[in-house]
Write a protein that binds this ligand. Structure first.
Ligand code: 13P
Length: 249
């Protein structure tokens, strides 16, 4: 089985207590598998509980859903990289579509966050994805490649080793609509070609996200271009999520 990465983005839900109960059930339903990595992205409030509850399993890592690029200061409501690391995070999502389109995060800001994470030795999960009107205008590749270049501006080959890219078409997130596996694989191939133009020497994992569930995950993961999945809704139930990660072995 080739290496696969399964990432759960819990967004603005799952309290610390619910995190502990989730972990107990999930850990009971799964065992580590060679080559399969599991990441959980709880809210900042539940990160320490997640790190504690999942801590005994070397195949599981915790990440923040967002970080600020400044290490400290007067940024009410924001999470710095040292704070996230202190709570047990070893990586973070950057430029998730909800950060871009609900909170107005720009390409330049995503680039700052990626560089700050890599400088601190953490893993950066750079999310890219086109809106429905951009897809309908035939701009999918142009949009995701622009987001990729901006997010990775100034990142050297060494830093690329701690980058994961997630392709999440905005119109597929939380809507029950998703790209066909072949469609997604085409976009992944374009991203991969650009990653190598940008100096990546090793294979950068490229994940797919957007209404992934037990019914479609197997078909997506059968595409050699798709190295894993980033999942919202279907990662909230421990048994359901255990079944999905079971596709990886
Ligand atoms: P859904 O799986 O709920 O569509 O969310 C996808 C997502 O945004 C993961 O980051």
């Amino acid at each position: 089985m080739r290496p696969l990465l399964f990432a759960a983005n819990w967004k603005m839900q799952v309290t610390p207590g619910e995190t502990r109960r989730f972990a107990e059930q999930f850990l009971g339903a799964t065992a580590p598998v060679d080559g399969r990595s599991l990441w959980f992205f709880p809210s900042a409030v539940s990160m320490a509980s997640a790190a504690d509850a999942f801590g005994g399993r070397a195949d599981i890592q915790i990440g923040a859903q967002d970080v600020h690029w400044e290490p400290k200061g007067a940024f009410t409501g924001a999470t710095s990289i040292p704070l996230a690391r202190g709570a047990g995070a070893s990586g973070a999502l950057v430029g998730h579509s909800e950060r871009r389109h609900v909170f107005g995060e720009t390409d330049v800001e995503t680039g700052r966050k990626v560089r700050a994470l890599l400088d601190a030795g953490l893993t950066a999960f750079l999310c890219v994805g086109e809106k429905l009107e951009e897809r309908e205008a035939g701009e999918t590749e142009a949009v995701v490649l622009r987001q990729l270049r901006a997010g990775l501006a100034g990142v050297a080959a060494e830093g690329m080793r701690r980058v994961v890219v997630a392709y999440e078409p905005v119109w597929a997130i939380g809507t029950g609509r998703n790209a066909t596996a072949e469609d997604a694989a085409r976009v992944h191939a374009a991203l991969r070609a650009e990653l190598s133009n940008l100096g990546a020497t090793d294979r950068v994992p490229v994940l797919y996200g957007g209404s992934v569930n037990l019914g479609n995950a197997r078909g997506l993961l059968a595409q050699p271009e798709i190295d894993g999945v980033l999942v919202g809704g279907a990662s909230l139930d421990p048994d359901g999520w255990a079944e999905i990660v079971g596709i990886g072995g």
